[in-house]
Design a protein around this ligand. Structure first.
Ligand code: HAM
Length: 424
């Protein structure tokens, strides 16, 4: 017996029985994105590793621990030795924006994407190595507006509501400008200094590398220390505070409920000003349905123009499906199932099957034949609305017998008549 294989850890098959829920998610998202005038972009599933290091930050957990690199089998692997599967969509969209000089063509570009992302994390409920995000990025010289922040956040919230989710909360915060953020990290280091010895080993390293990450620490001791820090917005410039106030006013005007959370800093380096996270406590430890924020300097950092800002979010699709629970959406039913009553009828039945399909009627048949009774059982299981029965009489008359599976009524018809009836 040959070796049997199973899924790589942290991945999942999306089976035909799951597809209806996925399609529902995707089509609702597309609908919302189009109502807000976001256009789809599809970038490759892998990019230069350096792109992710430079954008998400060398010291971020994702870049430190979770990048899945590609290794070529070829002897001269030099060319693709620096490639990695994308852990998120933002860096790729910005790379494409810069590469295509989009800032010279339009002042604001609104993109959306739906697709798989890859992170080498320890798998657990709601945390996979291949997962899917649906997200948006609004990029351009004209993107620095608190109305756009509110639009992007409202889009995420309204999409989740539109899908039927209710029990989530939106947390928002501001990190301020690049300069404010530096002042914040300096202040944070000063405030944490007296507690340095008591911090977890990981947070001791974070203290130097990326002090903001200490605020996200899961360790009990770290949490207690952070709680006593009495974080506030004193490090923010007046402009940054005014901007944040306007974002909040706009959200209120749009009827979007939010909680302010001064310790929300996000794990990726590129954020400035507005940051947000949407959590659903029913999900347990991995409770973030999605997150996002403004990134004012990333475009310049990746070689684009200095005056191009951006904001976006990404929602985790597996987590949305977990939060939705079993979505009761009917699989689209098969229109017809063709039954050949005996071997002599199979070839004509096969012809009828293909005529039905050519008329855009979904149709299937059981090629192995078998008794009429067993075929009827298969037809029933397929959920088909009609069966098309072919026996000696139908072959002789060049007709079909059409049976309505709901009412049980059946009649012998010319194929064209049957087609019209199925379509009506
Ligand atoms: P993120 O917070 O790293 O942000 O991920 C966004 C969402 O993706 C998470 O809230 C979660 O729902 C989902 N997610 C992340 N990792 C996993 C995983 N291992 N398994 C399952 N779901 C996961 C970003 O990715 C940013 N690019 C968001 C953004 C867009 N910021 C600005 N624009």
């Amino acid at each position: 017996m040959g070796k049997s294989f199973s899924l790589p850890r942290g991945t999942a098959d999306i089976l035909p029985s799951d597809i209806t829920a996925w399609r529902y998610l995707e089509s609702s998202a597309r609908q919302f994105f189009s109502v807000y005038n976001y256009k789809e972009i599809r970038t490759p599933n892998f990019e230069e590793t350096e792109l992710f290091a430079r954008s998400m930050g060398q010291s971020s957990d994702v870049v430190q621990k979770q990048i899945l690199s590609l290794r070529s089998q070829k002897a001269d692997a030099a060319e693709d030795s620096g490639l990695a599967l994308r852990p998120e969509g933002t860096a790729s969209v910005v790379r494409s924006y810069i590469q295509n000089n989009v800032d010279r063509k339009e002042s604001l570009s609104k993109y959306f994407y739906i697709g798989p992302m890859f992170r080498g994390e320890r798998p657990q409920k709601g945390r996979l190595r291949q997962f899917h995000q649906m997200g948006v990025e609004a990029i351009g010289p004209d993107s620095a507006s608190p109305y756009l922040d509110a639009e992007v956040i409202a889009l995420a919230v309204n999409l989740l509501k539109g899908l039927g989710l209710k029990g989530f909360t939106l947390k928002i915060n501001t990190l301020g400008s690049k300069e404010d953020k530096e002042a914040f990290s300096k202040k944070l280091r000063e405030d944490l200094k007296p507690h340095l010895a008591k911090l977890s080993d990981e947070s001791k390293q974070r203290y130097e590398r990326n002090v903001f990450r200490i605020l996200d620490s899961k360790s009990k001791e770290d949490k207690a220390i952070v709680k006593n820090l009495k974080l506030d917005h004193s490090y923010l410039s007046k402009e940054s505070l005014d901007y944040y106030t306007k974002v909040k006013e706009n959200l209120t005007a749009l009827g979007v409920a939010f909680e302010e959370s001064v310790d929300l800093v996000r794990g990726l380096d590129y954020y400035t000003h507005t940051v947000f996270e949407i959590c659903d406590s029913s999900l347990g430890a991995q409770d973030a349905l999605g997150a996002g924020g403004r990134y004012g300097t990333l475009v310049a950092q990746l070689g684009g123009s200095d005056n191009v800002e951006a904001i976006g979010f990404a929602l985790g699709m597996e987590r949305i499906l977990l939060a939705l629970g079993k979505v009761d959406i009917k699989q689209s039913a098969l229109d017809t199932f063709v039954i050949a009553m005996d071997d002599a009828a199979v070839s004509y039945a096969f012809h009828v099957l293909n005529k039905l399909r050519a008329s855009n009627i979904s149709a299937d048949m059981h090629f192995k034949g078998g008794s009429a009774k067993s075929q009827m059982r298969i037809a029933n299981k397929s959920g088909a609305r009609f069966t098309v029965i072919i026996g000696a009489q139908e072959v002789q008359n060049k007709t079909v017998t059409l049976k309505d599976m709901d009412s049980g009524e059946q009649e012998e018809l010319a194929l064209q008549e049957a087609i019209s009836k199925i379509k009506s």
